[in-house]
Design a protein around this ligand. Structure first.
Ligand code: UDP
Length: 238
């Protein structure tokens, strides 16, 4: 598991986002994985997830505090978390500034509709190249639509690891584009679901807020995060 931590972007959030703006301006193809403990746990079990995490073209950032703290346990210093929701929002802001295009794949149709409305209001220069909900039966066919549109930004909101695996499968067919698996970010950015209050975000307790709001997340949390902590401790002992 240490190899995944070594791949993490170690610098600041601001620095990462600025680099991203340059990549967007220069049309440098980029695939971002916003890693949480689940992502690394999947990597250990799933050869495809393992390959995409270790691919030198993949940019891996620490989505949550769990990854930052676990990295510190392994003496790997990561400056701070860079949440996927921040990356998604910042890409919309940069896309608006630079007059770029965006394609959304994933989340419920009503979330997609609300998101398109928000983007039209807040980011009028950002062109929506297409938007497909995440409940269509054939996600590969949806990706063929994305290829035809050749957008500058592609946000895929299907949850980990489906979103990363789908992007990775099709990435070679693109010449440009910033591709990110954004999980539940569109639910939040569209205003369909509230993000945790600032207190929780600032105290690194966003995960606790999400469990309190959606208790069904507890099992998922146990399966990934608690097992993850044991794994990292074992790795530390060598
Ligand atoms: N989702 C989807 N199709 C599916 C399953 C999930 O589009 O078949 C969407 C779901 O609507 C949500 C996102 O994927 O917008 C995953 O959200 P979740 O909060 O589970 O992701 P997290 O941020 O925890 O990774």
């Amino acid at each position: 598991m240490r190899v995944y931590f070594e791949k993490l972007f170690k610098g600041s959030r601001d620095n990462y986002l600025l680099q991203l703006k340059e990549k967007l301006a220069e049309e440098t193809k980029t695939f971002i994985v916003t890693a949480n403990p689940e992502a690394f746990m999947f990597g250990e079990q799933d050869p495809e997830m393992n390959a995409l995490l270790l691919d030198e073209e993949t940019s891996v950032v620490a989505d949550g505090i769990g990854i930052v703290k676990a990295a510190a346990m392994l003496d790997i210093e990561v400056a701070e978390r860079i949440p996927g929701v921040d990356i998604a929002e910042q890409l919309m802001i940069y896309g608006n500034e630079l007059g770029k295009s965006i394609f959304l794949l994933g989340s419920k149709q009503e979330v997609i509709d609300a998101m398109c409305k928000v983007m039209a209001e807040k980011y009028p220069n950002l062109k929506v190249a297409g938007a497909i909900n995440g409940y269509v039966p054939d996600k590969d066919a949806a990706f063929e639509e994305i290829k035809k549109a050749a957008p500058d930004i592609v946000l895929v909101a299907l949850g980990i690891p489906a979103q990363e695996k789908l992007i990775y499968k099709h990435l070679k067919d693109f010449n440009k584009g910033i591709f990110v698996g954004v999980g539940g970010s569109l639910d939040v950015l569209s205003g369909s679901k509230e993000r945790a209050p600032e207190f929780f975000i600032n105290h690194n307790l966003e995960w606790a807020y999400r469990i309190a709001k959606e208790p069904k997340r507890l099992k998922r949390f146990y399966n990934s995060h608690v097992k993850f902590i044991f794994k990292v401790q074992k790795e530390k002992r060598g």
